[in-house]
Ligand binder design. Structure first.
Ligand code: ZN
Ligand code: ZN
Length: 264
């Protein structure tokens, strides 16, 4: 499996950056995990958006799904998706319609959002939308996915991807406060991508995010092999985050950067 970081910003983009988005490629297949604001533009640098098999959304926060909207417009209106020749594009009888694997309730949420100005069914017409539950186990080619709910400010799922080719495992922790579910789903993972949004824990209210040090602790408890810190603003010091995570986790640590590729 090869993972390319499309966007790693938290809920506002870094300068020139994008919010949550990761391109996972394996054996000719491609899955985009999360598609936050800015991620569609970054995807176009690395992969033809009509050659993506599935998009998987961890939770319905804007920074994790908002670019499904421009992607849906592209799938609907791009010249190459039309049945007749347009400009240099020859026309197609089989326009791309990637799978969209999103938490239950997503269909209704997407209808409310795009219905605010236009067609309610924009997203479900452009993508083959399937809702998942915690117990769902979707497959894309030889990639097998499973989910675990994690505590956040909306219903949120961490996901574990296992390659049917070589058994390599990658875990995406999504957004979460400290919790045991993340440790369970990340157990023995070859690569854990964990959020490190906070420079210090939230001062009040329920926990919904992790510090870099906490991300390292979760990776250590899960006995993950490698840790990538993400969902971290360019307004924080990446070196400090790296040091804090490395103090609690013995394995290799990296801070996600847009365009960075990890082989799992
Ligand atoms: Zn987020
Ligand atoms: Zn979130």
């Amino acid at each position: 499996m090869r993972l390319t970081v499309l966007g790693k910003s938290p809920s506002w983009e870094d300068a020139g950056g994008a919010c949550s988005g990761y391109l996972l490629e394996s054996d000719g297949r491609a899955v985009v995990i999360d598609c936050g604001n800015g991620a569609f533009s970054k995807l176009r640098r690395f992969r033809d958006y009509t050659r993506v098999d599935a998009v998987l959304v961890s939770h319905l926060h804007a920074d994790h799904f908002l670019d499904l909207i421009p992607w849906a417009y592209a799938l609907t209106y791009a010249p190459r998706q039309q049945p007749v020749p347009v400009d240099r594009w020859g026309g197609t009888a089989r326009p791309a319609r990637p799978r969209l694997i999103a938490p239950s309730g997503a269909t209704e949420a997407f209808r409310r959002i795009t219905g605010a100005w236009g067609p309610e069914d924009l997203i479900e017409r452009a993508f083959a939308l399937e809702e998942y539950e915690e117990s769902s186990t979707p497959e894309v080619g030889s990639l097998r996915f499973r989910f675990r709910s994690v505590p956040h400010f909306a219903r949120t799922f961490a996901c574990r991807v296992t390659s049917g080719e070589d058994g390599a495992t990658l875990v995406f922790g999504a957004d979460s406060g400290p919790n045991e579910h993340l440790v369970e789903i990340a157990e023995g993972a070859d690569l854990l991508i964990a959020e490190a949004t906070l420079p210090r824990p939230e001062r009040e209210g329920p926990r919904g995010h992790l510090t870099a040090s906490e991300a390292g602790e979760h990776a250590a408890r899960a006995k993950a092999r490698r840790l990538v810190l993400t969902h971290i603003s360019d307004e924080l010091d990446a070196l400090s985050a790296h040091k804090a995570a490395a103090a609690s986790f013995d394995g290799p640590v990296a801070v996600a950067r847009e365009g960075a590729t990890f082989h799992v």
